[in-house]
Design a protein. Structure first.
Length: 693
């Protein structure tokens, strides 16, 4: 037998409602409500009660601690109801199984009534942190029969429309299964219900296909894929089959064995302490917790002639983390955004942005299993608000990260999402909202232009004077020129070249405006100075003369200054203190800089007389060994018998004497200026002087 699968996604963008709740990276709990057709026609559509079997299989397959199950059984009336009940308690699970086994086909079919009651159970019982979904099973279209009690087919259809609206508002998918045993299934209605709620629709002519259909629905809820591994025809003897575990990242591996009759024997050869087994008349499930990559060997015995289908369904405790780094493709750095779809970030229109996706574990740690990544493909999906079109960009994989670059072509709000797909599972990233914005052009560069009239027309590339962060082509315009403006004519070419014709000299201002396609603009004043080359030559000559004068001045200021070459011997002829001070000798070569005061000479040889005016008697070096003296005191200063007035500079030659009578009128010193003999070595640290000859 074969069945047909129809999968629909009708979210505002593209994300199936059943997967939207996974986008925030939380590990969900499951709330499943089954809406079961128990009309009399099910006697022929499902004579062996396979529908009840697959509900049991669903409970065995799912993680008991995370799963709650309810059901609404209907014909032309509600036959039985079971609110959402946790299957982690064994007695609860057995009670649900018993209630389903007790259902007996009778009556007619009212799909709207059953769907409405099932949706009410789900809506009333589910919680915010859980993942609700509804599975509708029907073998025909609505047929109320003679016992409708005033209810019409239109009433039933209105109930269906009401449930679809509720599912859209609360975000739960409705998966539909049509058992088309006698050709009366309303395929269009079932497909419509699934399409409008983000569910999947299956049509089959045999109840024997129900186990595989339910496996596919369950796989979709845990974001995994049913991987067929083998199919063997039973011989009545033990037969061997091998299932490959592709990677070591699975939280749980479900080996699902489907057969027409109960398997007589099913053995697993695998080294693990965490293996569980569930079986019924139609299936055997072998669960392996946290398996390692590699082969699992099975030995099976079934009724001769039965087809045994072996599939692997892996449960992965991993999630997809997606990020957008605005402008990161254009420059290093940039701000990174890791939104969960709750806010709108901003990017620049036209700039390339870096999108990245990586798998993370339950604690947020990156998944590094290369065997897991190898078969995966990732796709960046971009959807603008207006118009309604979708772009898909393939992503490249390197070192645990999928990457893609994209620039938003227009301003506006976009939604973006990353889809990850592989042979064993898939992940659907969050829907992120991003606003692409436009920025007005900005004037940059030097807007002062100097040109020579005789050089002819001037050409400027305005694209170098304006910057547009969005990369938009700019349109340039000029304001009206003043009559006194030296430019006689201007022209702007299509590629942004400004051509100026200047027949006369002068200065003026030209206003240039750049406008982008969004109407944003920027203006700046171009200051133009037009001169003649003859004026330029004149000013060049003047500038050269000024340069020569400046050079001469610098030479005078910076030329090497004379240094001391001799020494002074000092003899105090009288002191106010009455102290007898021995002869002092100062080698002037020990004083750098070419100037020294008499007070500094006194301090070097520890002359203790109180003579503050000595600080205003200054000696400076002259050319050819001359020593100049200048003072600004009331002291009597003379060279030999020639007085030296205050403020005047006088020169001492070698062997001349300088007499100073200090302001106290008592203290007097005689200073002799002598040359240093060539064979005399003088060592000094500016404080003490040692002379050896």
């Amino acid at each position: 037998m074969t069945f047909f699968l129809f999968f629909y996604s009708t979210h505002n963008f593209w994300l199936p409602l059943s997967a939207q709740a996974y986008a925030d990276g939380k590990k969900p709990g499951y709330d499943a409500v089954f809406v079961l057709d128990t009309s009399y026609s099910m006697t022929d559509s499902d004579p062996e009660g396979i529908a009840a079997e697959v509900i049991n299989m669903f409970m065995d397959m799912s993680e008991a601690s995370q799963t709650r199950v309810g059901f609404a059984a209907y014909s032309h009336r509600i036959v039985a109801l079971r609110p959402l009940t946790s299957v982690s308690v064994s007695s609860h699970k057995q009670q649900i199984q018993q209630e389903i086994r007790q259902l007996r086909p009778s009556g007619y079919t009212d799909i709207g009534l059953g769907l409405k009651q099932g949706a009410k159970l789900l809506s009333d019982g589910t919680q915010e942190d859980r993942q609700p979904f509804l599975i509708l099973l029907s073998d025909g279209e609505t047929d109320l029969g003679p016992s409708s009690a005033g209810r019409t087919k239109t009433d039933s259809e209105d109930d269906v429309a009401e449930v679809i609206q509720l599912a859209q508002e609360e975000g739960f998918p409705i998966h539909t299964i049509g058992l088309n045993h006698d050709g009366t299934v309303n395929r269009e209605q079932l497909e419509h219900i699934a399409a409008e709620t983000g569910g999947s629709s299956y049509i089959t002519s045999s109840a024997d296909d129900l186990p595989e259909i339910f496996n596919r629905i369950f796989a979709n809820q845990i974001r995994s894929k049913l991987m067929p591994s083998a199919a063997i025809t039973a011989t009545g003897e033990l037969q061997e089959a091998v299932v490959n575990i592709p990677d070591s990242t699975m939280e749980e591996a479900n080996l699902i064995l489907l057969s027409e009759h109960k398997l007589k024997e099913a053995q697993i050869y695998y080294d693990s302490q965490n293996i569980r087994r569930y079986e019924s008349n139609k299936y055997t499930i072998l669960k392996i917790g946290q398996p390692d990559a590699g082969e699992v060997k099975l030995k099976l015995k079934g009724r001769p002639g039965d087809l045994i289908k072996i599939s692997l369904l892996g449960s992965y405790a991993i999630d997809l983390q997606s990020t957008l780094t605005p402008g990161a493709a254009n420059a290093e750095g940039g701000s990174s955004s890791d939104s969960n779809g709750n806010s709108t970030s901003e990017v620049l229109k036209g700039q390339k942005n870096l999108f990245e996706a990586r798998l993370i574990g339950q604690e947020g740690e990156p998944v590094k299993d290369e065997a897991l990544y190898k078969p995966l493909t990732a796709e960046l999906v971009i959807n603008p608000e207006e118009p309604d079109r979708t772009e898909r960009i393939g992503m490249t994989y390197t070192d645990g990260v999928f990457r893609a670059e994209y620039s938003f072509p227009e301003t506006g709000i976009y939604a973006w999402q990353i889809l990850l797909d592989g042979p064993g599972f898939y992940r659907i990233g969050s829907i992120h909202s991003v606003q692409a914005t436009n920025i007005a052009p900005v004037a940059s560069g030097d807007w002062n232009l100097s040109a020579v009239r005789e050089d002819g027309d001037i050409t400027l590339n305005l694209n170098e004077y304006f910057q547009d962060m969005n990369g938009d082509p700019l349109v340039y315009t000029l304001s009206d020129q003043q009559e006194s403006f030296p430019l006689a004519a201007t022209q702007i070419t299509e590629d942004g070249q400004l051509i100026l014709h200047a027949p006369k000299t002068g200065k003026g201002e030209l206003i240039v405006t750049a406008t982008d396609p969004s109407g944003e603009s920027a203006s700046s004043a171009l200051l133009v100075t037009i001169s003649s080359k003859y004026t330029v030559l004149k000013w060049t000559a003047a500038g050269g003369a000024c340069a020569l004068a400046a050079a001469a001045l610098l030479y005078l200021l910076l030329r090497p200054k004379p240094q001391f070459t001799g020494r002074l011997e000092g003899l105090f002829l009288a002191t106010a203190s009455g102290e007898d001070i021995p002869v002092k000798s100062w080698p002037l070569t020990s004083f750098g800089g070419g100037t020294v005061t008499l007070a500094e000479l006194f301090r070097t040889l520890q002359v203790q007389e109180s003579l503050p005016e000595a600080a205003r008697i200054v000696f400076s070096a002259g050319k050819q060994g001359k020593l100049y003296v200048k003072h600004s005191t009331r002291c009597a200063v003379q060279i030999g018998k020639m007085p030296v007035p205050a403020g005047k500079k006088a020169a001492l030659d070698f062997n001349e004497k300088l007499y100073v009578t200090f302001e106290d009128g008592i203290t007097e010193i005689e200073l002799r200026y002598k040359a240093i003999k060539p064979n005399t070595n003088i060592y000094t640290d500016h404080l003490t002087v040692k002379i050896s000859s």
